[in-house]
Design a protein around this ligand. Structure first.
Ligand code: ADP
Ligand code: MG
Length: 472
C-alpha cells in the first residue's frame, strides 16, 4: 500500500504498461507531494496517502479511494485543490473522479493486524500496542464523591439508574452542562459502578476527540469494519464532549451513524456536551433529533450551598481542614465552575502545608488574586443591566426598550458604559444585548457617560457604587 513516501508506481499495477497511464500515475504522486506540504503530515496520512491514481482517459483522472467515508471527506475538503493540482501536473487533465475501490475493506485482503482489544473498565492496561479504546478513569470520579443538589439531581439520578443495570427507558442519556459542572465525573461514575457490579459488561468511556482519533486511525489501516464491530460489541458506549466532533462534517456523520446503529441494537449510549442536542452545529436534523430523543439531563450552574458542600466534602476526602470563613469566601467568589473551585482549594491547601501555618482570609485572598480577577472578567451584561435598573428604580424592560426619555436613557447609557468597561464584549455584541441597538449607539452612550463623569458628581458616585455592586 502506498505509504506517503515518494515511491512512484503502485505495486499492484499489473496491467500497467500503458505509458500515458503510467505518467499520470507518476504525476499524481507529485500532486500528493505538494498536498503533503500544504496540509501537513497528519492530515496527509489520514486522507491523502490512501488515494491511488488508477487510470487516465479522456481528460479524467480516476482515483481509487479505500472507503466512501474517505472519498466524501477528500471531496469536500481537498477536492478543489486536488483538481487544480492535477490540471497543473497532468497535461490534459480536466476532471478528477473518485472511486471506492472494491474489496479495499475486505478483512481477508487486509487482515486486521491488531485486533481491537476489548479495553474495558475492568481491563485498563491491555497488553502490547492493542488499540486503546477506553480512556483511563479517574478513581475519584465516583457516585459517592458526587454532591447532589437541585442543579444536578436529574443528571445524577439518571446516571445512577443507568449504572444500576435496571432497565432504563431512555437512550441515549445526554448530559448537558457547562464546563466543569460534573459531566465527566458522572460518566466515569457509571463506568466505575458497572465495573464493580457487573464486570462482564463491556463499558467504553472516551472523549470524543479520542474516539475520532481512533476512528481515523482505523480508516488509515483500512480497518473500519473491525472498529465498528468492536464498538458495536460494547454494552455501554460513553462519549464525552461530543461538541468537539460536531461540525467536522463527514466525521460527525460517520460517528453518529455508529451511534444510531448501536441504539438500534438496544445498546446503551451516554453522551455529553456543553450544548443541548438542538444547539449542536454541523449535524443533520435527523441525527440531532435522534440525540434528543432519549433523556437530556441538564446540569445547571452551582448554588452557593452546593459549592460549600463540595468544598467540605473535598476537604474531608483529602483529610485537610481550612477555616470556615476561608471556605465561605471561596464558595462566594469562585462561582464559575467546580473545577476552578477545586483548583483554588488545592492551591490553598498546598500553600498551608508548605508554610505550615494556619491560613487567614486575607492570606487566601492574596493567594487567589489571579483567579479572582479571572472570575471578575466573566461579569455578564445582564447582571450589569439588572444592577443599573435596580439602582435607578427601573425595570429591565426599560433598559432594553427603545424609549428615549432622559430618566430611562441616561441609566441605559450608564449600563452601556459599564458593559464596555467591565466586560470583554465588543461594541456590536453589547449592542445586541441592548435590544439590538447599533454599535454606534453604544459608542455614543459610552462617550456621553465618560464626558459627564468629569463634571457630574452624582453620576460619578452612582457609577462607583454600581461598579462595586456588580463586582460582588
Ligand atoms: P465537566 O466534565 O462537566 O467539564 P468534570 O466532571 O470534569 O466537569 O468536573 C470538574 C471537577 O469538578 C471534577 O474534579 C469533579 O469531580 C468536580 N465536580 C463537579 N461537580 C461535582 C459535584 N456535584 N460534586 C463533587 N465534585 C464535583
Ligand atoms: Mg468533561
Amino acid at each position: 500500500m502506498f505509504e506517503g513516501g515518494n515511491t512512484v508506481v503502485h505495486k499492484d499495477d499489473e496491467t500497467g504498461n500503458d505509458s500515458i497511464r503510467h505518467d499520470s500515475v507518476q504525476a499524481f504522486d507529485a500532486v500528493k507531494a505538494t498536498l503533503k506540504s500544504d496540509i501537513g503530515d497528519t492530515a496527509f496520512r489520514s486522507w491523502v496517502a490512501p488515494l491511488e491514481a488508477r487510470a487516465f482517459a479522456a481528460g479524467t483522472l480516476s482515483i481509487d479511494v479505500p472507503t466512501r467515508f474517505i472519498r466524501d471527506w477528500v471531496r469536500t475538503h481537498y477536492g478543489d485543490r486536488i483538481a487544480k493540482l492535477c490540471a497543473m501536473h497532468i497535461s490534459g487533465c480536466t476532471r478528477v473522479e473518485y472511486n471506492v475501490a472494491a474489496g479495499a475493506q475486505k478483512p481477508a485482503a487486509t487482515p486486521a493486524a491488531q485486533p481491537y482489544e476489548p479495553v474495558t473498565t475492568a481491563n485498563e492496561n491491555a497488553a502490547g500496542d492493542a488499540v486503546q479504546l477506553s480512556s483511563a478513569l479517574d478513581p475519584r470520579f465516583t457516585f459517592d464523591n458526587f454532591i447532589v443538589a437541585a442543579s444536578n439531581e436529574l443528571a445524577f439520578a439518571a446516571a445512577k439508574k443507568l449504572a444500576s443495570g435496571e432497565n432504563v427507558t431512555f437512550n441515549p442519556l445526554f448530559l448537558q452542562g457547562g464546563v466543569g459542572l460534573g459531566k465527566t465525573h458522572l460518566m466515569q461514575a457509571i463506568a466505575h459502578d458497572v465495573a464493580a457490579r457487573a464486570p462482564e459488561k463491556r463499558v467504553v468511556y472516551m472523549s470524543a476527540e479520542k474516539f475520532m482519533y481512533q476512528f481515523v486511525r482505523a480508516l488509515r489501516s483500512r480497518d473500519t469494519m473491525a472498529f465498528k464491530e468492536y464498538v458495536r460489541g460494547v454494552d455501554i458506549l460513553m462519549i464525552d464532549d461530543i461538541q468537539f466532533i460536531c461540525g467536522k462534517e463527514s466525521t460527525a456523520q460517520e460517528f453518529f451513524h455508529t451511534f444510531n446503529a448501536l441504539m438500534d441494537q438496544g445498546k446503551q449510549v451516554v453522551l455529553s456536551a456543553d450544548k443541548a442536542p438542538g444547539d449542536l452545529e454541523g449535524l443533520d436534523d435527523r441525527l440531532r433529533s435522534r440525540l434528543g430523543m432519549g433523556l437530556v439531563a441538564g446540569i445547571q450552574n452551582t448554588s452557593y450551598e452546593l459549592r460549600m458542600e463540595i468544598l467540605r466534602a473535598k476537604c474531608k476526602l483529602m483529610k485537610r481542614e481550612l477555616p470556615a470563613d476561608v471556605l465561605a469566601f471561596l464558595a462566594e467568589k469562585i462561582t464559575s465552575n467546580v473545577r476552578e473551585l477545586e483548583g483554588a482549594l488545592n492551591r490553598l491547601i498546598a500553600h498551608t502545608e508548605l508554610v505550615g501555618r494556619a491560613l487567614t482570609l486575607a492570606g487566601a485572598e492574596e493567594l487567589l488574586q489571579d483567579l479572582l480577577r479571572a472570575s471578575c472578567r466573566r461579569i455578564i451584561i445582564e447582571d450589569i443591566q439588572r444592577h443599573v435598573a435596580d439602582h435607578y428604580n427601573l425595570r429591565m424592560t426599560d433598559i432594553l426598550s427603545p424609549r428615549r426619555a432622559r430618566p430611562v436613557a441616561r441609566p441605559r447609557q450608564v449600563a452601556m458604559y459599564l458593559s464596555k468597561a467591565l466586560t470583554e464584549h465588543s461594541l456590536p455584541e453589547i449592542g445586541r444585548k441592548f435590544g439590538g441597538r447599533d454599535h454606534t449607539t453604544i459608542i455614543h452612550g459610552v462617550r456621553k457617560i465618560e464626558e459627564l463623569l468629569l463634571s457630574d458628581r452624582q453620576l460619578a458616585a452612582d457609577v462607583e457604587t454600581l461598579k462595586r455592586r456588580i463586582a460582588g
